[in-house]
Design a protein around this ligand. Structure first.
Ligand SMILES: [Mg+2]
Length: 181
C-alpha cells in the first residue's frame, strides 16, 4: 500500500496572504521575487523592487512531514517552491513539482485552473489537495473523475494551515489506511 499524495499550494495554505499581521503568530516575513510574479509587473516598478511579501511558518514543514503522505508541490511557484519556500518552512528542497501546461487558464466548467491537470498528475492514486481556491465544483468534478479517494481541503488565505487542518489530514489518511486503500 502506498501513501496518499499531498498536493500542496503555497499562497493561502503556507503563506496566509490575506492575514493582517497582528493575527499571525510565529510566522516569519520575507520579500521574494518569484518568476511568475515578476513576469506580471514592470521590472523597474516599485512593486518589483520591493518584492512580494511572503509569510511562512517554520513549523509547517515538520508538521507536514509527520503526516503519512508523499508531498508534492501544486503551486504557481513550481520549482521555486523548492528553492524559495522550502528553506523557510523546513521542507526538503527536492519535492516533486506539478508543472502546469498553462497558468490561470479559464476552465470551461468553472473549475479551478489546477483541477484537471492535478487530478491527471495523481494518476489514480488517493490524494489530498490543500489550496485556498477549491470550490464545490472542483470537489464534484474530482469525485466524478478520479477513481481513488480524494480530499479537497480548502484553506482560507487569512488563516493559512491551522492545527485543525493537520488533524483533518491525519484523520483522512488514517481512514484510508484502515480501509486498506
Ligand atoms: Mg493559492
Amino acid at each position: 500500500m502506498t501513501s496518499p499524495l499531498l498536493l500542496l499550494d503555497v499562497d493561502g495554505p503556507l503563506n496566509p496572504f490575506r492575514s493582517r499581521l497582528a493575527g499571525l503568530r510565529g510566522y516569519t516575513s520575507h520579500r521574494m521575487r518569484p518568476t511568475i510574479w515578476m513576469s506580471r509587473r514592470a521590472p523597474d516598478s516599485r512593486s518589483a523592487r520591493r518584492g512580494l511579501r511572503v509569510r511562512l511558518h517554520p513549523t509547517h514543514g515538520p508538521r507536514l512531514l509527520s503526516l503519512p503522505y508523499e508531498l508534492a508541490w501544486a503551486t504557481t511557484w513550481m520549482h521555486e517552491a523548492n528553492t524559495m519556500i522550502s528553506p523557510h518552512v523546513g521542507l526538503p528542497a527536492d519535492l516533486p513539482v506539478i508543472e502546469w501546461p498553462e497558468l490561470f487558464a479559464d476552465d470551461p466548467d468553472g473549475l479551478s485552473w489546477k483541477t484537471r491537470h492535478l487530478t491527471a498528475w495523481a494518476a489514480g492514486r488517493p490524494f489530498a489537495w490543500v489550496d485556498d481556491m477549491i470550490t464545490p465544483r472542483d470537489r464534484a468534478w474530482v469525485a466524478a473523475h478520479h477513481p481513488a479517494p480524494a480530499l479537497l481541503l480548502r484553506i482560507h488565505p487569512r488563516q493559512g494551515l491551522r492545527p485543525a487542518d493537520f488533524a483533518t489530514l491525519h484523520r483522512w489518511a488514517a481512514g484510508l489506511s484502515a480501509a486498506g486503500r
